[in-house]
Design a binder for this molecule. Structure first.
Ligand code: HEM
Ligand code: HEM
Length: 221
């Protein structure tokens, strides 16, 4: 008998799809440059708020969104690759996917951090550019426009390729769970909490993260 389990709570799903839209917006506005950079910076602050929120949600969010449910050591990853991992290890992010999720969050954080110190040498600079040395601005801008950008594109392509692979070879539709939240599982497992109270907590946490980012930007500028 299949068990319908809430795996991705609504805040995690909204976080994911807003992140996807915002990253696409960053590639468009970043490449257009000029006046579009005003929106690039605004969307960048929004992404920073999303990332801070996801960090906190990793401690207080639904069970399968918590880092404690998916951050695993190399032994579990090896066991998973040999097909010997425990059932519970593959309910949320599987041990291999969890590594790429953490890397994605780290790369996004570095993209934002370097953006805050970048300068297009025309009219737009991140709010921290005026507070660091010009060598640092040069380094950050180079990372932001070359290394960081390329690593992010590569990881996003790998991310989407992995999802297509699971669909085609393993007959697992991971996208539908990221849309409606539920998975049909062969064993009953702990469900993620996803009620009015936890959603209200998510809204308050996100508002607090956005307020901290906006205050920080105001203070730096
Ligand atoms: C800019 C592009 C993208 C970025 C930055 C991105 C980022 C992420 C991140 C950070 C997670 C972890 C979610 C969490 O635990 O909070 C994730 C998971 C996921 N993403 Fe994306 N994503 C992107 C594009 C896509 C696209 C286009 C799809 C659909 C085809 C997709 C489908 C998924 C799915 C299904 C998961 C859950 C994977 C699992 O079951 O372990 N993502 N993504
Ligand atoms: C994850 C979030 C971000 C992504 C994916 C991203 C991506 C990009 C891309 C693709 C470009 C164009 C690079 C090129 O010309 O080849 C760019 C340029 C730029 N970004 Fe970002 N960016 C992000 C966040 C930020 C943030 C938070 C800021 C500042 C607050 C920022 C400031 C800039 C500036 C000033 C440029 C122009 C650099 C130049 O043309 O010399 N970015 N970004």
């Amino acid at each position: 008998m299949a068990h319908k389990i809430r795996v991705w709570d609504l805040p995690t799903r909204i976080f994911h799809w807003l992140l996807v839209l915002s990253i696409f917006a960053q590639f468009i506005t970043g490449n257009v440059g000029g006046d579009a950079l005003t929106w690039h910076l605004r969307t960048g602050y929004f992404i920073l708020s999303l990332l801070l929120f996801r960090l906190l949600w990793g401690f207080v969010g639904g069970h399968w969104s918590r880092f404690s449910s998916f951050v695993r050591g190399p032994r579990t990853v090896l066991a998973y690759l040999r097909g010997q991992a425990a059932f519970e290890d593959s309910v949320g992010h599987n041990p291999l996917g969890a590594g790429s999720v953490l890397l994605m969050l780290l790369l996004l954080g570095m993209q934002v951090a370097s953006g805050l110190m970048s300068d297009d040498e025309i009219a737009t600079a991140g709010p921290l550019a005026q507070h660091v040395s010009s060598a640092m601005v040069g380094l950050a801008t180079h990372y932001h426009k070359a290394t960081g950008k390329l690593m992010l594109v590569a990881l996003v392509l790998l991310h989407v390729a992995a999802i297509v692979f699971y669909r085609a070879k393993k007959k697992q539709n991971l996208v539908s769970a990221m849309l409606h939240g539920d998975k049909e599982l062969s064993q009953p497992v702990h469900a993620s909490r996803d009620d009015g109270k936890s959603r209200t907590l998510a809204v308050l946490l996100f508002a607090a993260c956005a307020a901290v980012v906006l205050l920080g930007v105001k203070f730096a500028g």
